[in-house]
Design a protein around this ligand. Sequence first.
Ligand SMILES: N[C@@H](CCC(=O)N[C@@H](CS)C(=O)NCC(=O)O)C(=O)O
Length: 214
Amino acid sequence: MIKIHHLENSRSLRILWLLEELELPYELVQYQRHATTRLAPPELKSIHPLGKSPLITDGDLVVHETGAIVEYVLTRYGDGRLMPARTSPDWVRYLQWMYYAEGSAMLPMMLHLYAGRLGEAAAPLRPRIDSEFHNHLSYMDRAVSATGYYVGSEFTAADIVLSFVAQAAQAARRLDPFAHLTAQLRALEGRSAYRRALERGGPYSLNIFWAPKP
Ligand SMILES: N[C@@H](CCC(=O)N[C@@H](CS)C(=O)NCC(=O)O)C(=O)O
């Protein structure tokens, strides 16, 4: 059975959500962040040297990195669900979104997060961070404007993976101008599988990272 090594308030909720959508059984191992540094506890490094979450084990196999975990789970257990067929023209679009989420869209979120710790010293970075926020969020907003999904008119794992970007933007108070993305996030968070993942994973908030200081 798949075991999810789940760090609180993290990207890892997406993997619980994926398995809930697929109605696959899984074992959950919970990890708490350090109260001050917010980093993952050292025990995660005994599963994988990076010590990051999400992380799954399936028998002897250890898989890290959200996109790879999603790809592994869908290929091994998905029976064609939550992704377009490889022969479909939508498949390459799906692939792009899957890589884009962590490879590109998270960059402005992370820059914003770390620049926030520099206070005024980060001022020269601000225009670039802000323009990249706008660049990515408007691109994502346009993409979901027609159907509410990134790929065609079907809910896919790309919607799950990219939801974290929208949630981080929401915590940073940057999501409101993007009406389609905001509506999509609301709809996704209403899905019963998402609600079950939240119940199982425990309290979830990204405000501790991205919310602006009062
Ligand atoms: N691109 C990686 C990012 C993994 C990552 O940085 N996870 C964060 C949680 S959102 C983490 O484990 N942080 C704790 C730490 O760095 O100690 C993925 O999507 O799997």
